[in-house]
Design a protein around this ligand. Structure first.
Ligand code: MG
Length: 228
């Protein structure tokens, strides 16, 4: 049996529009009237996010003063995962067809995400994705979980999954950030990084994933070829 543990945002969901909407809102809130800041285009903004440029820096590059950039960063952190903005998320092109393929192949599919239960449920409902993940195959944060950093929290989720899921000889993980890589490495699970998410190739390479491909479909093909 093959078990595929996949991250949600990046391989399955495209969060770029949500992040960009929140950016625009926070930029508006942080500036003085008539200040004339320079709002980045969506592609400029997303390129910076994928290069892992810190939020504060993005604020400065948009024309905010140092103190305003701090306010911008703070507000952004408070806003980005709130329900009114989650509606901007869209499935990555081809991701749903790939999930259907995974289901047809009888692969044991597990989702592992830093979303909270309510944030994951919102997306599963909006796009009818619940059919791919039975409740016991969903690893996410409880609604009241106190987050530390993704790089610490995600291996904790992985530890829970390893403890709870039935043993399986072939386990692979797919994700788009260093947090996913840290989780996979903590249990020697082979990892395929996808470029459909919030890191570009340069950034992803720094964290030494086993493979890098464009999207979930290519990750599936690579894994199927690797296990023969
Ligand atoms: Mg992700």
């Amino acid at each position: 049996m093959l078990r595929l543990i996949t991250d949600f945002d990046g391989p399955i969901m495209d969060v770029s529009e949500r992040y960009y909407q929140v950016y625009q809102y926070c930029l508006k809130q942080a500036q003085e009237q008539g200040q004339g800041v320079k709002q980045l285009s969506k592609s400029e903004f997303w390129e910076l996010k994928r290069a892992q440029v810190p939020e504060r820096q993005i604020g400065l590059m948009s024309g905010l003063e140092a103190e305003q950039a701090q306010k911008f960063t703070h507000l952004r952190r408070q806003t980005v995962h709130t329900l009114p903005y989650l509606v901007y998320d869209q499935p990555v092109a081809g991701a749903i067809a790939t999930l259907e393929k995974i289901q047809q192949l009888d692969i044991d599919l597990v989702v592992m995400t830093m979303r909270r239960v309510r944030e994951l449920d919102a997306a599963l409902e909006n796009y009818d994705l619940g059919r791919f993940f039975a409740p016991q195959q969903r690893y996410c944060l409880s609604n009241d979980y106190v987050k530390t950093t993704d790089v610490e929290d995600k291996p904790r989720l992985m530890a829970r999954a390893v403890e709870e899921l039935a043993p399986c000889e072939n386990v692979w993980m797919v994700g788009d950030t260093e947090a996913d890589i840290a989780a996979a490495k903590s249990y020697d699970i082979p990892f395929v990084g996808v470029l459909s998410g919030i890191r570009d190739r340069d950034r992803l390479e720094q964290y030494q994933p086993d493979f890098i491909v464009n999207n979930l479909r290519e990750a599936l093909d690579l894994i199927l070829a690797a296990i023969g």
